[in-house]
Design a protein around this ligand. Structure first.
Ligand code: AP5
Length: 217
């Protein structure tokens, strides 16, 4: 099964990608996580990445495409993965098609999580991540157990100001990506406003009803 997951900042991509990863035993490839890992290294590349992340802008296509290509090359011929937050531009989508095509593969479905901008800010300000398990919590919607509260972290780009930039960038660039997958009959759009479990069940249901249902390979 080869999936891509797209959606606005804080639409729930990471939350749902984690669940799908566990359910289908996939490789969870989050470009946001990969970029934050580069940033944390404080390498030359990491400093370049940081300059984009802190402004809420997209990192250049060439850089992200290279990172994803390298990761897919280690994924047993790119058989089982979910790409979380990639592609975000039409160039990235076309580069992904080419890279998979060279391996004789293609995307099975593109999952789009739709939420209104009004829901995003509350989700962002309440988000906390557990550095030990990688789990994502929300202080109100998905509360963490009290005993781990002390170790939870908030992301540097989770501020109201950077959030506005992330949202505008997303809205400017995503339409051709959505059209690209819709034209190929690969788009599965779901409402991301119900609770996480309901969104997950909807995704499972929609994946199961695909004509060429992605099979466990
Ligand atoms: P990235 O890390 O991908 O950030 P993002 O797209 O802004 O998305 P988020 O991680 O903020 O949110 P999410 O949709 O995963 O939501 P989550 O599940 O955490 O990218 C960061 C940056 O890296 C970008 O700004 C860009 O600069 C760069 N970048 C990344 N990919 C790139 C690419 N391909 N090209 C170029 N640059 C790239 O949920 C959010 C919160 O809401 C959580 O607290 C969660 O518990 C809660 N929540 C989730 N679902 C629900 C629900 N159904 N109801 C209530 N609360 C919910």
């Amino acid at each position: 099964m080869r999936l891509v997951m797209i959606g606005a900042p804080a639409s729930g991509k990471g939350t749902q990608a984690n669940r799908l990863t566990r359910h289908f035993d996939l490789d969870h490839i989050s470009t946001g996580e990969m970029l934050r890992a580069e940033e944390a290294k404080r390498s030359e590349l990491g400093l370049v990445v940081e300059s984009y992340l802190k402004r809420g802008q997209l990192v250049p296509d060439s850089l992200v495409v290279k990172l994803v290509g390298e990761r897919l090359a280690h994924n047993h011929l790119a058989q089982r993965f979910i790409l979380d937050g990639f592609p975000r531009t039409l160039n990235q989508a076309l580069a992904l098609d080419r890279a998979l095509g060279e391996m004789g593969q293609a995307i099975d479905a593109a999952l789009l999580i739709e939420v209104p901008d009004s829901a995003v800010l509350e989700r962002i300000t309440g988000r906390r991540a557990d550095p030990e398990t990688g789990r994502i919590y929300h202080l109100k919607f998905s509360p963490p157990p009290p005993e781990i509260l002390h170790r939870l972290e908030q992301r540097d780009d989770d501020t109201a100001e950077v959030m506005q930039a992330r949202l505008s960038t997303y809205r400017e660039r995503i339409a051709p990506v959505v059209a690209h997958y819709r034209d190929q009959g690969l788009l599965i759009a779901v409402d991301g406003t119900p609770p996480p479990e309901a969104v997950f069940q909807e995704l499972l249901c929609r994946l199961a009803s695909l004509n060429s249902t992605p099979q466990e390979e």
